[in-house]
Design a protein around this ligand. Sequence first.
Ligand SMILES: Nc1ncnc2c1ncn2[C@@H]1O[C@H](COP(=O)(O)OP(=O)(O)OP(=O)(O)O)[C@@H](O)[C@H]1O
Ligand SMILES: [Mg+2]
Length: 236
Amino acid sequence: MDILNLVDISVHYDAVVALDNVSLGVSEGEVVAVMGPNGAGKSTVLKAIMGLAPVVGGEVYWQQRPLEAATHEIVKQGISFVPQGRRVFTHLTVAENLEMGCLYLNNAAEKARRLDSVMELFPILHQKRDDLASQMSGGQQQMLALGRGLMAAPDVLLLDEPTLGLAPIVVKEVFQKVAEISDRLNTTILVVEHNIKGVLDIVDRAYVLDKGRVVHDGTPQSVRDTDILTQVFLGS
Ligand SMILES: Nc1ncnc2c1ncn2[C@@H]1O[C@H](COP(=O)(O)OP(=O)(O)OP(=O)(O)O)[C@@H](O)[C@H]1O
Ligand SMILES: [Mg+2]
């Protein structure tokens, strides 16, 4: 059964139709990719879920009920968003950045427990816990952004372009981490990606968006078997 659903979602930025009747769903425990060219509406899908996009039609369902919480309340419901561009707090330490992921939590023991578990998953964050985030490389900052997302102990993690701008070897590491989060924590993951080859290796299912519409939905193999990606990326 789907844990998160978009049903006929349309998003308009004035005259720009960013999403046009988009329906997609993610089942508990699944890792699902959203792919497509620049401007296809990928980030808008995640923003629509988070209440950060001007939705003009349709409904987002969370655990079968309309998701009506305000953006800052959504994380408490179990949905954690790691936006495009990482956005770590460069003037804060690694540990302080991680704590920003569960600011609403008043239980110090639980906070400490989560810090330990995130640092276990990301040894580099443990090693650099007292360093400023500005002192970390791009790949390390991406790990920090992932770790911060996990501090909310989410049921669903929304990732927007987690490998953007990273060197190939680091891209591989990020994908391995995403797969590990799914395996070890059983977190449901919806990931927007440009890096098609890498992401298809770690997901259960993929949606392809083009010009605000879903043009394909299926297993990674079904994506590889069609020429849908050539069509949408090259417009052929
Ligand atoms: N705040 C905004 N105001 C106006 N138009 C916007 C805004 N945000 C996005 N758009 C437009 O909506 C469409 C979808 O944008 P979106 O950011 O979802 O694309 P994307 O698939 O994530 O692209 P990219 O791969 O470049 O990140 C684009 O045409 C974009 O120009
Ligand atoms: Mg985007």
